[in-house]
Design a protein around this ligand. Structure first.
Ligand code: GRF
Length: 203
């Protein structure tokens, strides 16, 4: 019997190129997750258009001017009501409450454009270039209450050549992100990831 595809929500705030990569990967018949909902905290997020083009249900919950706890409670209620099992953060520019993170712990993942635990936070590629590191990359990790600190699932590396600019590094890393995120969601949806403290093993 073919197992049911896991109902997955992608949370976005902007461009949505990782969302597109996830949608395209999930179109394969044997992919174990279905992108069932795209939720944005910004009504003008470009990623909403990508979702609609693919016939995927979208929702907007504006975060502006809203208390964090109220916003997260609204999101949680929506995700529950849509039968969402897994959550992917893909350029979702909003800090989440500990309550929300705990409710989804082990079922919510994020992609970050550096080799964590290096270069957490924002303005990553500027800091990468300024730091002189020779290698950077991207990481998919479980979301934990501390930003960019959850257990790491997969990473991919990208060289930083001497003439690198933040823009060139961003483009090279983004290409890797688009390959890495669907692989990580696949492992999660197949139930192959086991969290042991800060470490993740693949069954
Ligand atoms: C990506 O670089 C991702 O790693 C970071 O935010 C960016 C989102 O880009 N968390 P996009 O919206 O998926 O194009």
């Amino acid at each position: 019997m073919i197992p049911a595809k896991r109902r997955t929500a992608v949370l976005i705030s902007g461009r949505g190129s990782n969302l597109r990569a996830l949608i395209e990967a999930a179109q394969a018949g044997d992919y174990p997750a279905r992108i069932a909902l795209v939720l944005s905290n910004k009504p003008d997020a470009e990623g909403l258009r990508i979702a609609r083009q693919h016939g995927i249900e979208t929702a907007v919950i504006e975060s502006k001017g809203k208390e964090r706890a109220a916003f997260d409670a609204e999101m949680h209620a929506l995700l529950q009501s849509k039968g969402i099992e897994l959550v992917c953060l893909a350029g979702f520019m909003r800090l989440l409450t500990t309550e929300f993170v705990q409710a989804w712990y082990g079922r919510m993942i994020n992609i970050h454009p550096s080799l964590l635990p290096a270069f957490k936070g924002t303005q990553v590629h500027e800091r990468v270039v300024a730091s002189g590191v020779r290698v950077t990359g991207c990481s998919v990790h479980f979301v934990s209450p501390e930003m960019d600190e959850g257990p790491i699932i997969l990473q991919a590396t990208v060289p930083v050549p001497p003439d690198a600019t933040p823009q060139s590094v961003a483009a090279a890393v983004l290409e890797q992100e688009h390959a890495l995120y669907p692989q990580a969601l696949k492992l999660l949806a197949e139930g192959k990831l086991v969290i042991e403290g800060q470490r993740v093993s693949v069954k």
